[in-house]
Ligand binder design. Structure first.
Ligand code: NDP
Length: 277
């Protein structure tokens, strides 16, 4: 994966300094899977910025669990962080979460949805079965789809509120956290070392979802993009990953602030490079 990452850096970077300076922080953001890993670090770095968002709605599966203490502590320290319960594989939980979101938005639109929650079980051509595929698709594809669909009125509202802005995360956007391993073009180079069959297929499907959303929601003023966070030291990425979660998220935030119409319906990495899919 290190080799592949270095290959992507030779691809054209779409992030320019002037764009980073030009874009404002999205006012209201919802991020899934915030009790650990990339999701937690996104909430922490976004809220600790000089000009933080007005509101960050951070979801996790069990806000009452002691294991999720650090997210709750962050929300206690920063009242702009609201924690709500969301289980991505359960449509009822998504609907209940959206009711809570509506209460917290209190009439405002939602500028940015980051579908971050995801799983990567061991899975190979030999071991994968229907239960493995169903579980991974429910979490990595169907959950993000249902959540975006349920939040669409709030994303549309944010786009209307910011009608003067071009397509951007400050206006209205759906960012689906994907991976290089979901790239069909890159699979021949990495499959032997990183099989993760069901995960790869689910993220390729998530990329298709981003593309379809980008076409379907463009007229509503909503930017839709897939984002590869790099290979990151989290429970999912493992200890051998080259990137710390702090470094990955620093890059992700810069990229989020730089995204514009030309990033609609593509896969972009944490450094702003386009990844072929
Ligand atoms: P972690 O394993 O550290 O965290 C995963 C998060 O997703 C946790 O908050 C977890 O909650 C949540 N989650 C898992 N299943 C569900 C579910 N059914 N409903 C709601 N929440 C759920 O992973 P990362 O932070 O590393 O990964 C975040 C995203 O980044 C994922 O989409 C992943 O595919 C992507 N990614 C990560 C890479 C890496 O190297 N780390 C590389 C490329 C992409 P809980 O604690 O309750 O399980």
């Amino acid at each position: 994966q290190v080799l592949i990452s270095s290959q992507i850096t030779s691809l054209q970077s779409l992030t320019s300094h002037s764009e980073e300076e030009g874009n404002m922080a999205p006012a209201r953001i919802l991020i899934t899977g915030c009790n650990r890993g990339i999701g937690y670090e996104l909430v922490r770095q976004l809220i600790e910025q000089r000009n933080p968002p007005k509101q960050i709605i951070a979801t996790c599966r069990d806000p009452s669990s002691r294991q999720n203490k650090k997210l709750i502590e962050l929300a206690e320290k920063y009242p702009k962080v609201v924690v709500i319960k969301l289980e991505a594989t359960d449509a009822n939980s998504i609907n209940e979460a959206v009711k809570e979101v509506e209460k917290h938005l209190n009439g405002a639109g939602l500028n940015l949805l980051i579908n971050n929650a995801g799983i990567m079980p061991d899975s190979t051509l030999e071991s994968a079965d229907s239960a493995d595929f169903a579980n991974v698709y429910n979490t990595n594809v169907i959950g993000p789809f249902l959540l975006a669909k349920a939040l669409l009125p709030f994303l549309q509202k944010a786009a209307v509120e910011n009608h003067q802005l071009p397509l951007s995360c400050s206006k209205s956007a759906i960012i689906n956290v994907s991976t290089l391993l979901g790239s069909i073009a890159k699979a021949p180079e990495s499959f032997a070392a990183f099989p993760m069959l069901s995960y790869r297929c689910s993220k390729a499907a998530l990329n298709m979802l981003s593309q379809c959303q980008s076409v379907g929601y463009k007229a509503s003023g909503i930017l839709c993009t897939s984002l590869h966070p790099g290979w990151v030291q989290t429970d999912l990425g493992g200890p051998n990953a080259p990137l710390t979660v702090e470094k990955s998220v620093e890059g992700i935030i810069k990229v989020l602030y730089s995204l514009s119409e030309k990033h609609s319906g593509i896969l972009v990495d944490w450094e702003g490079n386009v990844v072929p899919w």
